[in-house]
Design a protein around this ligand. Structure first.
Ligand SMILES: [Cu+2]
Length: 482
């Protein structure tokens, strides 16, 4: 939602853009000039089953596309390390909070205990305080793309935009596919940052529609070089505060094999991938022919009461040199994918309806007519079952449903049955009246797995658009043993 206080600034910036003949403004296709060679974030791997690290959370200097800024970061990195762990490992994360505000860390998508000192988002680390997280990853944990981020109600949007989010990769998602042995794997953090007077605007002043700086791993339009016929595995992490990414790679098809830390049931061939806030997607990319190709986030509108994100070039692929001998044959045959249980086929143990709504000014957000209250339990589930939840959106902008500690399968969108592609932990919920033949609320029907006893305790489900979550669109769920 565009805040009125921002409209004038937006008008001015549009005026400036239109006056600049050779603009490379960030909100209008930014980074049109080629950036530096692409760099993966630093990786830190577990040793002997333990990943032991310390994060100093403080205000550090940063630089994006030639603009210097100061923002809250982990160890001085806007694109902090990718944590590499295996099922059965333990993450020991010692957080030292040197900010003036409180903070905490959530382990997004991971099926781990929500109890302290594990993935407990009710922990609030005070200014000049510290906390030692100990997150035990079960031996049977799915392998794929997860992430860590600040999750402190009321300032999550601000802290994530400042830089407090980074990737976690569990195990080896390519392991079932021997033909992919040894291919180049790239980590791509999709993060944007708004900079005003050398700082991220305050929580109240961030407007998701305002001009922003799109980055990949903190770089602006970095360049990846590939040989004709070469196949790479690109791991997209949408770990920014608010934005959807509607991704295209000019002249190429994405061969999607993973979503939200979970292998798909088969290769999904896509010319476009819509990544809601907080989603992760793993794709195989095969360089088609010599040339220069752009990975772009297309302009995206979240609805009549929503936001408009300008498009941007995220990175550029230069395909050059000698063609590779014997390119890998894509897509991967369906029978090579390990089987996944179809949760939509199960008879649900319980059915619930969750309603997302907001005030007409778009500044206050609700789930089932209530704003978030950490002291109240909104939903109690009995561990051991699969539940069918109907998530309704009666507002005129999109929302992103996310639940902690578990995953779900999308069974229907606006009453239309969905193909079984696998499980996920984020889903876009259409807005009211979206689509040609749809009257009434946007509606997504999902089957959620509540069988793993490790989820015992209190956690949350919410809209993962930071602005909405911070302004009330979050609820407490308690999973109890029967
Ligand atoms: Cu929302």
């Amino acid at each position: 939602m565009i805040k009125l206080s921002r409209v004038f600034a937006l008008f001015l910036s549009i005026l400036v853009i239109s006056l600049m003949s050779n603009s490379s403004c960030n909100s209008s296709g930014g980074g049109t000039s080629l950036g530096p060679p692409f760099q993966n974030p630093v990786q830190i791997s577990s040793v002997n089953g333990v990943l032991d690290l310390t994060f100093d959370v403080d205000v550090f200097p940063g630089e994006v596309d030639g603009q210097e800024f100061m923002s809250a970061q982990y160890n001085g990195m806007f694109a902090p390390p990718t944590l590499r762990v295996d099922p059965g490992d333990t993450i020991l994360l010692d957080v030292s909070n040197l900010l003036e505000a409180m903070t905490n860390v959530h382990y997004h998508g991971m099926q781990v205990s929500p109890l302290s000192p594990s993935d407990d988002i009710f922990i609030m680390i005070p200014s000049n305080g510290g906390f030692q997280y100990e997150v035990e990853i079960p031996e049977d944990h799915p392998q794929g793309l997860y992430y860590y981020h600040a999750h402190l109600f009321g300032i999550t949007q601000f802290q994530i935009m400042s830089g407090l989010s980074g990737g976690i990769i569990i195990g080896d998602n390519l392991e079932p596919f021997p033909q992919l042995d040894g291919i180049t794997e790239q980590v791509m953090y999709l993060k944007d940052i708004q900079i005003v007077d050398g700082m991220v605007p305050s929580e109240a002043d961030i407007d998701p529609s305002a001009p922003t700086n799109f980055t990949v791993n903190g770089q602006t339009n970095p360049v990846i070089t590939m040989r004709p016929g070469e196949t790479q595995y690109w791991q997209f992490f949408n770990i920014g505060a608010n934005l959807y990414y509607d991704l295209v790679l000019d002249g190429h098809t994405f061969f999607q094999i993973e979503r939200d830390g979970l292998r798909q049931t088969r290769t999904l061939e896509r010319t476009e991938i819509l990544m809601p806030t907080a989603s992760r997607v793993g794709v195989l990319v095969q360089a088609e022919r010599r040339g220069t190709f752009r990975l772009r986030a297309r302009e995206f509108n979240t609805g009549p009461a929503g936001d408009m994100y300008g498009g941007a070039t995220l990175l550029t692929v230069k395909v050059e040199g000698e063609p590779v001998d014997n390119p890998i044959v894509l897509p991967i045959p369906e029978n090579e994918f390990p089987p996944v249980e179809n949760l939509c086929d199960a008879v649900p143990d319980n059915k619930r309806t969750i309603v997302f709504s907001e005030t007409p000014d778009g500044n206050t957000f609700f789930i089932n007519d209530r704003q978030f209250d950490p002291e109240r339990v909104d939903t109690t589930v009995t561990i051991g079952g699969i539940e069918e939840w109907t998530v309704q959106n009666i507002s005129e902008e999109l929302h992103v449903f996310h639940i902690h500690q578990t995953d779900f399968q999308v069974c229907e969108i606006n009453g239309v049955g969905q193909p079984f592609n696998g499980l996920q932990d984020t889903i876009n919920v259409p807005y009211q009246g979206q689509g040609q033949n749809v009257q009434g609320p946007g509606e997504v029907k999902i089957a959620i797995d509540f069988r793993n006893p490790i989820i015992e305790g209190k956690f949350v489900y919410h809209c993962h658009i930071g602005e909405h979550e911070d302004n009330g669109m979050m609820a407490v769920i308690e999973a109890v043993l029967p």
